[in-house]
Write a new protein. Structure first.
Ligand code: HSE
Length: 436
């Protein structure tokens, strides 16, 4: 039995988890892969992390580039992160004929097109299941399980930090700042959570999901991104009153020959399954034109859940090489000569329902003026309510939900609403999705 020899670059949370899963499940892996998957070398600048693995007879390097020079290594597992050194490492490994497995979504979102091209040229594989939604095998779903379908849309809660913060705001009625601070204290959020709360981590993942779902190049720059950092608790409370929850969603949807790519806070009906994905959990819905709606749920981060995806990619590589094929299925699901461009829609051309919150002086005629601004843009109101002002208040909140309409019509109506006498403060606008 030949052994699949792995060089592990990075012994952080996921690297440590990968080591553990390979050790703990080694018998199970042999039965499934048909051969042993063995980490034969580790590269990690902090030697104490390597020493903490105990007596193991494997080679140690402080510099990951040295792994590439080890002829016996078949696969480099890149768990270093970042997109500068990691890019050099991955490209060099592929050019040296080594397969690569990575959890690095930022790297692939920014440089994936080049990386997959180099991999194909060198007849090696890039496994990246761990890069999207951690332990949920969503890439395999798109690549294999749903391959018979033309995909209509993919929508995911793909950032656990944002979902944790939103869940706490909703459950406990606390502000964004307090929820984030508590998440950091409990270790659910990074000390620098910028990538998460500004939506960029979700955008990285969405760029990969969209590429696989629709057979397009990875288009990070064309994604409309807004995070949760400016979300006021009021929106969470009012959404609940209207029968909705607010989730930060990554959405990729095909409309005719165009594509929507967006990450933003979204109202979704409280009785749909996605609305009940709470805490740091992730979930991805995929609608295929034959299968209909499907839903995948699980941990989107953490040592062993993410390592579960890393090791699954290793098992795939081990299985492929037994069959003497470099890649049984294309990494991005579509054959590379069938990857094409789709026109990606700008915000104004994307349709959805909208939530609008206005702060108004409680005077006769203000609602009539506001609704006229909406009807002038052909926007129909689905429901609305006005908060009863407190005795010491002379202004109040009015919340409206619209039927589906174009983003540009909403923006035009908002321009007019801002000019209405007795409307104070800038209106707050969020999209509403039915996920049907
Ligand atoms: N920081 C990510 C999250 C996990 O909060 O979901 C890794 O992608």
């Amino acid at each position: 039995m030949t052994v699949l020899k792995v060089g592990l670059a990075g012994l952080g949370t996921v690297g440590g988890g990968t080591w553990k899963v390979c050790e703990k499940n080694s018998d199970e892996i042999i039965r499934k892969a048909g051969r042993k998957v063995k980490i034969v070398a580790v590269a990690e600048p902090a030697r104490n992390k390597f020493l903490s693995l105990g007596e193991n007879g494997i080679s140690y390097f402080s510099d990951a580039m040295e792994l590439i020079e080890v002829p016996e290594i078949d696969v480099i597992v890149e768990l270093i992160g970042g997109d500068t050194f990691a890019k050099m490492l991955v490209l060099k490994a592929l050019k040296n004929g080594k397969h690569v497995v990575t959890a690095n979504k930022a790297l692939l979102a920014k440089h994936g097109n080049e990386i997959f091209e180099v991999a194909e040229k060198n007849r090696v594989t890039v496994g990246f299941e761990a890069a999207v939604a951690g332990g949920i095998p969503i890439l395999k779903v798109l690549r294999e399980g749903l391959t018979a379908n033309s995909i209509d849309w993919v929508a995911g809660i793909i950032n656990g930090t944002s979902n944790y913060v939103l869940s706490e705001m909703e459950d406990r009625g606390i502000s964004f700042d307090q929820a984030l601070k508590e998440a950091q204290d409990l270790g659910f959020a990074e000390s620098d959570p910028t990538l998460d709360i500004e939506g960029n981590d979700s955008a990285h993942k969405l760029s990969l999901l969209a590429s696989m779902a629709f057979g397009i190049k990875i288009n990070l720059d064309k994604i409309l991104v807004s995070g949760i950092k400016d979300l006021d608790l009021k929106e969470v409370i009012y959404a609940k009153k209207l029968g909705y929850k607010i989730k930060s969603l990554g959405i990729a949807r095909r409309t005719d020959s165009c594509l929507e790519l967006r990450v933003h806070s979204t109202l979704i009906p409280e009785n749909c399954l996605m609305a009940n994905v709470n805490g740091a959990m992730n979930a991805v819905m995929v609608k295929g034109n034959s299968v209909g709606n499907t839903l995948y749920y699980g941990q989107g981060a953490g040592a062993e859940p993410t390592a579960s995806a890393v090791v699954a990619d290793l098992v795939d590589i081990a299985r492929n090489s037994i069959g003497n094929v470099s890649a049984r299925v294309p990494a991005l699901s579509y054959q590379s000569n069938h990857i094409r461009d789709l026109n990606i829609l700008e915000d104004g051309l994307i349709k959805s329902g909208f939530y609008i919150r206005l702060r108004v002086l409680d005077r006769a005629g203000v609602l009539a003026d506001v609704t006229r601004c909406l009807s002038n843009e052909d926007i129909s109101i689905e429901s609305f309510f006005q908060k009863k002002p407190r005795e010491d208040e002379n202004s109040t909140d009015v919340v409206l939900l619209t039927h589906e309409c174009l983003g540009k019509n909403i923006l035009d109506s908002i321009k007019a609403i801002k000019l209405v006498k007795n409307v104070i403060d800038d209106p707050i606008i969020l999209r509403v999705e039915s996920l049907k």
